[in-house]
Design a protein around this ligand. Sequence first.
Ligand code: TYM
Length: 334
Amino acid sequence: TPRVFSGIQPSGNLTLGNYLGALKRFANSQNEGIESIFCMVDLHAITVWQEPDALRHATRQLTAGFIASGIDPQKSILFNQSQVPEHTQMAWVFNCVARMGWMKRMTQFKDKAGKNAEQASLGLFGYPALMAADILVYHATHVPVGEDQKQHLELTRDIAIKFNNDYGVDFFPITEPVIEGAATRVMSLRDGSKKMSKSDPSDMSRINLTDDADTIAKKIRKAKTDPEPLPETTEGLEDRPEARNLVNIFAALNDQSVDQVMQDMGGKPFSEFKPLLAELAVEKLAPISSEMGRLMQDVGEIDRILANGSERARTIAHPILRQTYDIIGMVQPA
Ligand code: TYM
């Protein structure tokens, strides 16, 4: 039976990239009746320094972001990672399955650690093993994510395969990444070759879900583009990363294909296209940010949702961890 799992780090503002690449698509599986589990990965967040109060706030705000994006905490399981100890317990097992060489190849580690890898935390290096644990401790079969998580999901498959082979079992499923839609890789508004990211020092490079209408309009107006109008066809977007990015964003926000957007917008100058994009972005994002604001008025309720979700998550994770321990030869109470 299919089971969906995905996670988002509560580290700073949610961006339009997180929304279009992940959040917006998460409600799909829930609404199709597929069991869906969504996690605020607070333990992943601390692989780089987080101010404790800011982390608490970001975890609650992210929870509000899930709900505002259509995740129903009754239908889906919504929880934070640190309340379900089976994640870290499974991660230890996977630390012993994964190889140093696999981890060293992870481009996200290289990007985040930068030139000074000796100063990176051990947690940042082992990050993908915890991510594999997040997924496999539920025997999840499908993981909706943005393009940047693809390599981590390949590693998750490698870990599952090696575990199954080493112990001669058919225990962990080989997970399918689900990377779909027009905006699987939303780029920076300042630089069409860089991913839109919550950690970019320039706030003008991204749209935050909490930005107000004026800020959104200003960021789109100032978004970097080339001087040419939009091409007439989708093919014409090929060597124009900034134009391509804005069209992708439009398509994803409006639930259209890129071809459909180009039929309406092809040939328009940016002075015409950008205001339409800004209007669309405000129309789609404003209800989400105001709903997030409303939900954040009752932090007690958010904490109850996370506690309840964590309990439900444990009822799935605990038996799978227990079976894993049995397979690898850990003596456990009868
Ligand atoms: P994180 O917190 O960096 O991002 C959360 C989700 O948003 C997607 N995303 C984007 N999609 C399109 N364009 C962008 N510019 C963009 N930026 C971010 C990410 O692909 C992701 O889907 N390691 C994960 C969190 C994680 C996880 C997991 C995910 C931990 N355990 C298990 C799935 C399953 C991460 O850092 O995502």
